[in-house]
Write a protein that binds this ligand. Structure first.
Ligand code: NAP
Ligand code: MG
Length: 501
């Protein structure tokens, strides 16, 4: 087995801002410490972008866009560069995965098997789309021709969270760059290292200077500066609803830029009495919430289960949770790694007390201290049963490995309880009746619904939410379109001016 700890110790991550094709410190020299959640210790001091740094990155992006070096480049040239970037990500699989694992707490097995390959596939998929997306010709009278064409928007500000740093970054920058835009990326300050490596690889792949800049820093400083910048044409954001609304304000108070939001969730996993295979369902329900320690925006954090299968299913989910291997993210056999930060650890643990105060029965819910990693941030898989869906445990996004179980009877009550949420990101339903499956899937208010499965996802389908879960869609060609504006061009093919009748 590879000694990932030794390899992690030998890493010297890039920590400077990447602006206009160069790594450099912040203009005022500011830095912040980034910590490894696996043992709570210092990894590196990362440059903290201030307003002036963000301004420099945005101006470089706008200059690059205006110059046409990327925005008007031959499509096949853009395609070659992005395909090369995807290849380089896989050639640098171990380093990218290690950076992701030490910075975010993801198990190295997931980082190597999921995060990096998924991000690389996303870049490749949009690169391949570049010469496969056609524009439109409108059905005009014969004396006219009207073209409806997509044009790049200009400068895209991408602001991302810490839970899947590489994957979410790829979902944003790949379609934005493929469409010909320039991008300024602000990673979450908890997890900036993989984004800086990505910037290096993008330059190596041949992306021209200024087309992609990466400005780590604090949300209220660097994130806000991007949100308010008059030369930014669109913000694409993933994170919390409160900060997402802040970006709408920044846009309204600056240049009215577009704002696409991917926010949180409290996704219900609905299990009806006629579920076919309880063991398979339990395994899916457990993985649907415990994967990545529940730090997944669409994590299946509510189990809405028919009382007739409740006891058997819940016992099985708890058993699966207990069997998961929790421990050092740098151990290849680890299935559940660390929580991303000390603050998030405290937040998650506080919900154990809240659950008790609301009368739920708690299984798990405590901090775990793996040997030698006593100061790391680990929480055991947790199940709260007897949850009132209207209470805090049923309504609030915990963003930890905690499943809230609510009992119902019949499909109609299950749908009503599932939809009793401010969120609408994802949902699932388990049933052996195809009519029930379709009718319940229609009724669930969610951007994604899974039937007899959970968390199947690929770049080929859109992802995003209803209600407070946001208004944007990542992935698929719908996301590509979202980084373009439509232009209509009317051409007179007749002898006299075109008229409207
Ligand atoms: P967050 O606090 O909203 O942060 C997201 C990003 O916004 C980070 O880069 C953050 O920077 C920045 N930010 C924070 N405050 C800001 C401000 N006042 N102005 C401008 N930017 C600001 O969310 P988080 O705590 O990092 O992430 C967890 C949340 O994201 C959860 O609610 C989760 O459900 C949601 N999420 C949603 C999806 C989805 O696709 N729908 C995916 C993943 C996560 P700093 O952190 O560096 O300060
Ligand atoms: Mg944050």
């Amino acid at each position: 087995m590879t000694d990932w700890i030794a390899r992690a110790n030998a890493l010297t991550p890039e920590t400077r801002l990447f602006i206009d094709g160069e790594f450099r410190p912040a203009l005022d020299g500011a830095t912040f410490d980034t910590i490894a959640p696996r043992h709570g210790r210092f990894i590196a001091a990362v440059s903290a972008a201030g307003e002036a740094d963000v301004d420099a990155a945005v101006r470089a992006a706008a200059r690059a866009f205006e110059s046409g070096v990327w925005s008007r480049a031959d499509r096949r040239q853009r395609q070659r560069v992005l395909l090369r970037l995807s290849d380089l990500m896989l050639e640098n699989l171990d380093e990218l995965a290690l950076l992701e694992s030490i910075d975010s707490g993801h198990p190295i097995g997931d980082a190597r098997g999921v995060d990096v390959p998924n991000a690389a596939r996303t870049v490749r998929w949009y690169a391949e789309a570049i010469d496969k997306v056609y524009d439109e010709v409108a059905p005009t009278p014969r004396n006219a021709l009207a073209l409806v064409t997509r044009e790049a928007l200009g400068v895209i500000g991408a602001v991302v969270p810490w839970n899947y740093p590489l994957i979410i970054t790829a979902w944003k920058i790949a379609p934005a760059l493929a469409a010909g835009n320039s991008v300024v990326l602000k990673p979450a300050e908890l997890t900036s290292l993989s984004a800086l490596k990505l910037a290096e690889l993008a330059a190596e792949a041949g992306l021209p200077a200024g087309v992609l800049s990466v400005v780590p820093g604090f949300g209220p400083v660097a994130g806000q500066a991007l949100g308010r910048h008059p030369l930014v044409d669109k913000i694409t954001f993933t994170g919390s609803p409160a900060v997402g609304r802040g970006f709408l304000s920044y846009a309204g108070e600056s240049n009215g830029k577009q704002v696409a939001l991917e926010l949180g969730g409290k996704s219900p996993q609905v299990v009806l009495a006629d579920v076919d295979d309880i063991a398979a369902c339990a395994s899916s329900v457990a993985w649907g919430i415990f994967y990545n320690s529940g730090q997944t925006c669409h994590g299946g954090s509510r189990l809405i289960v028919d009382e007739r299968v409740h006891d058997e299913l819940v016992a099985e989910v708890i058993k699966v949770g207990r069997e998961l291997v929790l421990g050092d993210p740098l151990n290849e056999s680890t299935q559940i790694g660390a929580i991303a930060s000390a603050r998030q650890l405290e937040r998650v643990l506080a919900y154990t007390d809240i659950a008790e105060s609301e009368g739920a029965i708690v299984y798990g819910g405590r901090r775990v201290r793996p040997e030698g990693l006593d100061e790391g941030y680990y929480v055991e898989p947790t199940v709260f049963t007897g949850v009132d869906n209207a209470g805090r445990i049923g309504q609030e996004e915990i963003f930890g490995p905690a499943l809230a179980v609510t009992t119902v009877r019949g499909a109609a009550e299950a749908v009503r309880v599932a939809n009793q949420s401010e969120y609408g990101l994802a949902a699932s339903v388990w049933t052996s009746n195809i009519t029930t499956a379709h009718t319940v899937a229609r009724e669930l208010n969610a951007g994604t619904v899974w039937v007899n499965t959970f968390d199947v996802a690929d770049v080929i389908t859109p992802f995003g939410g209803f209600k407070n879960s946001g208004n944007g869609r990542d992935r698929s060609l719908h996301a590509f379109d979202a980084y373009t504006a439509l232009k209509t061009t009317w051409i007179n093919l007749g002898d006299s001016p075109l008229s409207n009748n």
